[in-house]
Design a protein around this ligand. Structure first.
Ligand code: DX5
Ligand code: ZN
Length: 222
């Protein structure tokens, strides 16, 4: 079976917020495939990041697909605002603490013509997402506990990536398998070897001097 193309999605959370336009442009010119936007509400996770206005700002400054990751409660209530802001894919969490009807939220995202993603935290078992796999475009396997950039990658999450890859092969599906948290050239390769095809990376891109080099290294094409 053909391996999927590897996509790199820089996470804006690690960018210099005083120059968002320049940071987004540099990421795009450096070969990013998608731009990942981490939305945190201070309830579902212990941090607050930014909301639809920043997504709309990014939309004005790039043609890259905007990959919006909602780490918030009541995602169903906020999805329309992120659609309006120009998201190309919206990922929601499966944990009950996210306080929404997961199947309904996913179908509302898809009905709007947007890519639908589902994510699971390190403590959540793969079984929680299994019933939804046929109804999503993207499975986001968190490789750190969500909330903060710059944390250490958890290799034990590769078991879930492998199970998702087996499911994708068994169903001849185009499901994207995305990893998020502590991704650098080394942990990115491990993730790709286990079946991931979308790498989210904040620190290992935006906290280096040469974004293009960092993105090439993540893709494994140095
Ligand atoms: C974690 C966020 C990640 C984070 C990744 O809660 O969802 O997207 O920005 O950052 P790094 O690459 O620094 O681990
Ligand atoms: Zn994320």
């Amino acid at each position: 079976m053909l391996s999927p193309r590897i996509l790199v999605a820089p996470s804006l959370l690690a960018a210099d917020f005083s120059q968002l336009e320049a940071e987004i442009r540099r990421a795009e010119e450096s070969g990013a495939d998608w731009l990942h936007l981490d939305i945190m509400d201070g309830h579902f996770v212990d941090n607050i990041s930014f909301g639809p206005a920043v997504v709309a700002t990014a939309r004005r400054h790039t043609k890259l697909p905007l990959d919006v990751h909602l780490m918030i409660e009541h995602a169903d209530h906020y999805v329309p605002r992120f659609l309006e802001a120009g998201a190309n894919s919206i990922t929601v969490h499966v944990e009950p603490e996210a306080k929404h009807d997961v199947a309904q939220t996913l179908s509302a995202i898809r009905a709007a013509g947007c890519g639908a993603g589902l994510s699971l935290n390190p403590a959540t078992g793969f079984e929680a997402v299994e019933p939804h796999l046929g109804n999503i475009d993207l499975l986001l396997v968190m490789t750190v506990h969500p909330g903060f950039g710059g944390q250490a990658f958890r290799p034990e999450m590769m078991e879930k990536v492998k199970r998702a890859k087996d499911w994708r092969e068994a169903h001849k599906s185009m499901l994207h398998i995305e990893v998020d948290g502590g991704i650098n050239a080394g942990t990115g390769k491990l993730s790709i070897d286990n079946g991931a095809d979308v790498l989210v990376a904040g620190t290992s891109i935006f906290r280096t001097g040469d974004y293009a080099q960092a993105i090439r290294e993540l893709r494994g094409s140095v």
